[in-house]
Design a protein around this ligand. Structure first.
Ligand code: ZN
Ligand code: ZN
Length: 127
């Protein structure tokens, strides 16, 4: 379940596709475990997955915002270990390399490329 919005920049025509929820690309848990073991969610997630057997994972797509103005929709993984702290993977901005902050779907984002106003052009719902 989830929803998303496509935004289009008035200035440069850049399209920003943002969404949040479950099942955005796939909800196959085994695939996310394999991804985690391959380091897709970072070194810490990889190590936990390799060292511990008795874990559960939750995969979800969030909207991320960076202080440089960039928005991105990305899946992250939360790893539950019995008796230990859960671990949540994080996302780095592809433009500036900073750690991005989780946010909700923006109403009026500024274009990450040119800073102009963006209009909603498509609203997507999936289940
Ligand atoms: Zn633009
Ligand atoms: Zn950034």
């Amino acid at each position: 379940m989830g929803n998303g919005i496509d935004f289009k920049c008035r200035g440069c025509g850049h399209i920003l596709k943002l969404g949040e929820g479950y099942g955005f690309m796939s909800c196959d848990e085994r695939m996310h475990r394999t991804d985690a073991l391959n380091g897709v969610y970072g070194e810490t997630a990889r190590r936990i997955m390799a060292e511990e057997e008795d874990i559960q994972t939750l995969w979800k797509v969030h909207v991320y915002h960076c202080t440089c103005g960039n928005y991105r929709s990305e899946g992250n993984i939360t790893i539950y270990r019995p008796g230990k702290r859960t671990y949540t993977s994080f996302v780095r901005c592809e433009l500036c390399g900073r750690r991005m902050r989780r946010t909700c779907l923006p109403r009026d984002p500024k274009c990450p490329k040119c800073g102009d106003i963006m209009d909603e052009c498509d609203i997507i719902l999936w289940d």
